[in-house]
Design a protein around this ligand. Structure first.
Ligand code: ADE
Ligand code: ZN
Length: 353
């Protein structure tokens, strides 16, 4: 194992941007696909890998929708949650916020109270078996419109399982103005849920501004479109609005052309709080350790910058304060240990933020 890999592996981490269905391992999806051959998801490994070659972002979402349709029982939900925790633990993730799209699962035939109960059971097993703390973000699938958004809010507020911390907005972004969900997010915030919004993933800064001003976003998912607006970068830095960056996802959905041109370093240079996440690790074939290692090797981030990113995640987490303190102490214990060189990486000029 290289120095960078062992430094990353030993660093305790949190993951704030992780979708439940997109986290399903290839083995899990193959098993579900064989159980439901009618769904059209490939049942062999090589064919599934080809199915996961995404031409563009709408194509990715279409595949995501088909795979979501394989999840049909509360036992499937529990298995996904426990599998996610098992895989996250292998990247030394101690805490994760998992985005669940309730309308997909309700439409696939899982009853609302069973869905809430399955999440609760999975969360308990994740803590007991893998020592990973989980909280939930229920997201509106933006492309499905406002009525579907209301179904999401109603489910969140009526069934509110333990660990539900935020309302999210995902799915299509082009042509799906964030402001149309203003009342949904206002109601959720009045009920004590934070706003966590995908914005600037496949569109520009206007979507990020709208997520902040119209939906009260506490964090932005992806946010890469903000890079062209220095005033917005200032705003993100000054208000400490954390951007959940998922570079592998952006490359795999072709939102950016390659890792090398990903704007993450420009956010860091600007002092914007940035975290790293996988988004959909099962579909993109990269776990959280891979994101950190690539950030070091491609962008030349130093070990101190990787630690900084891990700490930023903890600061932006929607967890209880004692959990935050414990996570920060766990990171400090490792960060204060021996430093390794990331000299194999392409060092960039900027200092750590
Ligand atoms: N659902 C799953 N992954 C997503 C992403 N990257 N953007 C929007 N919605 C998603
Ligand atoms: Zn996402």
């Amino acid at each position: 194992m290289s120095d960078v890999m062992s430094a990353v592996a030993s660093l305790p981490k949190v993951e704030l941007h992780l979708h439940l269905v997109g986290s399903a391992s290839v083995e899990t999806v193959l098993e579900l696909a064989r159980r439901h051959p009618d769904a059209g998801v490939p049942t062999e490994r090589a064919a599934l890998a080809a199915y996961y070659e995404f031409h563009d972002f709408p194509h990715f979402l279409a595949v995501y929708g088909v795979v979501s349709g394989l999840v049909r029982t509360s036992a499937d939900i529990v298995a996904l949650v426990v599998g996610l925790a098992r895989d996250a633990a292998r990247s030394n993730v101690r805490y994760a916020e998992v985005t669940v799209t309730p309308t997909s699962h309700l439409r696939a035939g899982i009853a609302p109270d069973e869905l809430a109960e399955a999440l609760t059971q999975g969360r308990q097993l994740a803590a007991a078996e893998h020592r990973v703390g989980l909280n939930w973000i229920f997201d509106i699938a933006g492309g499905e419109g406002q009525q579907s958004g209301w179904e999401t809010v109603a489910f969140a507020l009526r069934h509110r399982p333990a660990g539900l911390v935020a309302l999210g907005l995902g799915g299509l972004e082009v042509g799906v103005g964030r402001a149309q969900f203003r009342r949904h997010f206002t109601l959720a915030r009045e009920a004590g849920l934070a706003s966590v919004v995908h914005a600037g993933e496949t569109t520009g800064p206007a979507s990020v501004w709208s997520a902040i001003h119209d939906l009260g976003a506490a964090r932005i998912g992806h946010g890469i479109g903000a890079v062209s607006d220095p005033r917005l970068l200032d705003h993100l830095r000054e208000r400490r609005i954390t951007v959940e960056m998922c570079p592998t996802s952006n490359v795999r959905t072709r939102a950016v052309a390659s890792w090398e041109v990903h704007p993450l370093p420009r956010f860091l240079d600007h002092g914007v709080p940035v975290t790293l996440s996988t988004d959909d690790p099962g579909m993109f074939g990269a776990q959280l350790n891979d994101e950190y290692v690539r950030a070091a090797t491609v962008f030349g981030l130093t070990q101190a910058e990787l630690v900084q990113i891990a700490r930023t995640g903890v600061r932006a987490a929607l967890c209880e304060e004692p959990v935050r303190e414990r996570l920060l102490a766990e990171i400090d214990a490792v960060a204060d240990g021996p430093q390794v060189s990331t000299s194999e990486s392409l060092r960039r000029d900027a200092p750590a933020s």
